[in-house]
Design a protein around this ligand. Structure first.
Ligand SMILES: [Zn+2]
Ligand SMILES: [Zn+2]
Length: 118
């Protein structure tokens, strides 16, 4: 693995890829299954470990700058809406910034990039 993004998780019920999403009520990051509504909390420790790992590399910066839409290692979600073109498919990845762990989305259609604070 390259260390970009959290470890992929799969639904124990249906084996589908779980997508990260912000639970706005509880202000927590959760993983959810789009097939059966299974949901689990993201482990904060895991995010800390990840953050420490990438802190001293430049990989994160290059990911933030490069066009990630063609990167097959990055997961995709259809649970978003691009603020630019309203397309609902985006590639997502995480990166540590001065503000903390950040979830980035990159629109598969127009390449617009936006982020969600974790
Ligand atoms: Zn499922
Ligand atoms: Zn777009």
């Amino acid at each position: 693995m390259t260390g970009v993004g959290p470890v992929l998780r799969f639904c124990p019920e249906s084996n589908d890829l779980l997508y990260p999403r912000e639970d706005k009520e509880r202000k927590k990051l959760v993983y959810f299954c789009r097939s059966c509504q299974y949901q689990e909390d993201a482990d904060p420790k895991e995010w800390c470990v990840y953050r420490n790992e990438v802190q001293h590399t430049s990989r994160e910066k290059s990911v933030v700058l490069q066009d990630v839409r063609s990167d097959p290692t990055l997961p995709r979600t259809r649970d978003v809406r691009c603020p630019e073109c309203a397309n609902n498919e985006a590639v997502f990845f995480t990166s540590s910034t001065e503000e903390g762990m950040t979830l980035y989305f990159s629109c598969c259609s127009c390449g617009h990039r936006w982020r969600d604070y974790v």
